[in-house]
Design a protein around this ligand. Structure first.
Ligand code: URA
Length: 201
C-alpha cells in the first residue's frame, strides 16, 4: 500500500527525537499491509537495529515458532514496535520519545486496519490500554479497543526466554485466543471481550 510505504520512507529519515543520533537503522515494521493481526512490541533491540526489521533476534525466533503452532506464519501478520529506533543499551523508552514516535504507530494501525491487535509485553500493553496493571493480570483476555478492534495482550517473547515453560505456555494460550477470535470474526460470530479501554490515541 503506497501510503504505508511512504510513511516508512518518512520514518527512515526521522530526526524527531534523540534516538535518531544513536540508531543504526530505523525499524519501521514488516508484514502484510492487509494483515488481520498486528503485533506491537516495545522497541528495537540490537539485532533489529542492525537489520532494520522487528523481532529478528532470539525473541523473534520464538515468536515465529509459536505463531507456527497456531498455523500462522510471520508473513501473515504485521509486526511493529511502539518506538521505531533502538534506545541505547535497550533502556526503557522515555515519555518524550514515545510522544515523538507514536504518530507512526497510530498511522500504521490506521492504514493496516487489522481487526485484532496483540501487544507483546508490559510496555506496549500499558501504553495501548492506558493502564498501570501488569501484563500477568492483563493477559488471557481480549479487550474492545479503538475502532472496534480487539486487543489481546500477551507476554513479551523475551520474557518467555527468561521465564521458561510457564510463560511460553501462557503466550501459547494467548495466541490460541487470537486464533479463535479471528475464526469467530471470519464466521460472523460475536466476540466476547472486556469493555473498551483506550490508550495511545
Ligand atoms: N523487542 C521488541 O520489543 N521489539 C523488537 O523488535 C525486538 C525485541
Amino acid at each position: 500500500m503506497q501510503e504505508l510505504v511512504e510513511l516508512g520512507a518518512r520514518a527512515r529519515v526521522c530526526t524527531d527525537c534523540r534516538l535518531s543520533e544513536s540508531r543504526t537503522r530505523v525499524v519501521f515494521g514488516v508484514g502484510r499491509h492487509d494483515a488481520q493481526v498486528m503485533m506491537v512490541g516495545e522497541a528495537p533491540g540490537r539485532n533489529e537495529d542492525l537489520q532494520g526489521e522487528p523481532f529478528v533476534g532470539a525473541a523473534g525466533n520464538l515468536l515465529n515458532r509459536l505463531l507456527a503452532e497456531v498455523g500462522m506464519q510471520r508473513e501473515d501478520v504485521y509486526i511493529a514496535n511502539v518506538l521505531k529506533c533502538r534506545p541505547p543499551n535497550n533502556r526503557d523508552p522515555r515519555p518524550d520519545e514515545i510522544a515523538a514516535c507514536k504518530g507512526y504507530l497510530s498511522r500504521q494501525l490506521d492504514l493496516v486496519d487489522p481487526p485484532v491487535v496483540m501487544t507483546l509485553g508490559n510496555f506496549a500493553t500499558q501504553l495501548l490500554l492506558r493502564t498501570t496493571t501488569g501484563i500477568s493480570r492483563m493477559r488471557g483476555r481480549s479487550y474492545k479497543w479503538w475502532r472496534d478492534k480487539i486487543l489481546i495482550p500477551t507476554f513479551h517473547p523475551a520474557a518467555a526466554l527468561r521465564g521458561g515453560d510457564r510463560v511460553t505456555d501462557q503466550i501459547r494460550e494467548d495466541l490460541a485466543l487470537m486464533r479463535s477470535v479471528l475464526d469467530s470474526l471470519d464466521t460472523g460470530k460475536g466476540v466476547e471481550a472486556e469493555p473498551e479501554q483506550l490508550g495511545l490515541f
